[in-house]
Write a protein that binds this ligand. Structure first.
Ligand code: GRE
Ligand code: ZN
Length: 322
């Protein structure tokens, strides 16, 4: 029998104690989740080994450093990233890292911190969670981050966070008490992050930095399915030479975090091509075993395509050394 494919997962979260003390983080009310988010050693490695996950690219859980006060954001992000670098150094064959960026202060600081993390600490990109104190990441004030990511040739992973309070109030509140997941993985995360994806394409940031690499989790937050219609409707506005679909397909990559459906994956492959899709779990919000079981037993892809999805595409995009 062929050996098990090597599995890289890249939307895998943890909590840093300093951020936990400063920010209301998703998942802390659940003791089983909190225990796993706090663990960067034995328990995490055991659960990776049991499922067959070989390598995790670690990132903070939402909303990460996107709710810090401006005056301390840089200092806090630096110490968070330094501690994460120590974790990677202790287990270089098992862990990589996405930087936490101080996006609530001058974006020049966030760009500099991204550069420090990539060039000095060996990080493979950055993850940004939702709005930064109420501002969508496509806002021009953040463009220095995109500029630096392009210069460093590292991806920016845009992860959801609990939606803006006005959205929660109007769209979600009525059903939130009975169905708390409506605020995050079931719907709130999706609507806000899909909106961000559309805004990024419309903002002009892709024209300003045409080589920027953007990753969305959760199979692209629904956007692959909507590409044709969004493209068609925006084209009616008639002001832009190049279509939405073409721009999205040039700069965006997606992962399978928390979305283990063969039908949905097939559709994403048809729209985006397999080379832009990477396996992820979303640990510990999603446990490893169903993700790994899907990857190893239920995927209906040819072996070579499976290798690309499970490790090859991530190795190439993130320039992994494993
Ligand atoms: C996450 O990925 O950050 C997440 C949450 C809450 C529920 C599900 C989930 O923060 O995937
Ligand atoms: Zn996640």
């Amino acid at each position: 029998m062929a050996s098990k494919p090597y599995i890289v997962a890249l939307e895998e979260h943890y909590h840093d104690p300093q951020i936990t003390a400063l920010t209301q983080l998703e998942g802390r009310k659940n003791p089983e989740l909190a225990k796993r988010l706090d663990d960067l050693g034995d328990l995490r490695l055991k659960e990776m080994d049991e499922a067959g996950i070989d390598y995790q690219v670690l990132s903070l859980g939402a909303p990460a450093t996107q709710r810090l006060p401006a005056d301390s954001a840089l200092q806090v992000a630096r110490s968070v990233n330094d501690r994460l670098a120590d974790v990677v150094k202790a287990h270089p064959k098992r862990f990589g890292a996405f930087a936490a960026l101080p996006t609530t202060t001058d974006a020049k600081h966030a760009a500099d911190e991204l550069e420090r993390c990539v060039t000095k600490l060996g990080f493979v990109g950055a993850m940004i969670h939702g709005l930064s104190n109420g501002v969508f990441p496509d806002d021009k004030r953040f463009w220095p981050i995109f500029e630096r990511a392009q210069a460093l040739d590292v991806p920016l992973y845009f992860h959801p966070a609990m939606p803006h309070p006005a959205v929660v109030e109007v769209y979600l509140k009525d059903y939130l008490a009975k169905h708390p997941s409506l605020g995050n993985a079931a719907w709130g995360f999706t609507i806000e992050t899909a909106t961000l994806g559309v805004r990024l394409v419309l903002s002009g940031v892709l024209e300003a930095y045409p080589k920027i690499k953007i990753i969305l989790g959760h199979l692209g937050e629904g956007l692959p399915f909507l590409l044709w219609r969004v493209n068609m409707a925006l084209a009616r506005d008639g002001k832009h030479a190049e279509g939405f679909r073409e721009k999205f397909l040039r700069n965006f990559y997606i992962t399978t975090s928390g979305f283990f459906s063969n039908n949905a994956l097939d559709y994403c492959i048809k729209e985006m091509g397999l080379d832009r899709i990477m396996f992820s779990v979303d640990y510990p919000f999603v446990p490893n075993p169903p993700g790994a079981k899907w990857a190893l037993e239920e995927l209906t892809l040819p072996a070579a395509d499976k290798e690309k999805l499970l490790n090859g595409n991530a190795r190439r995009l993130l320039k992994l050394k494993v």
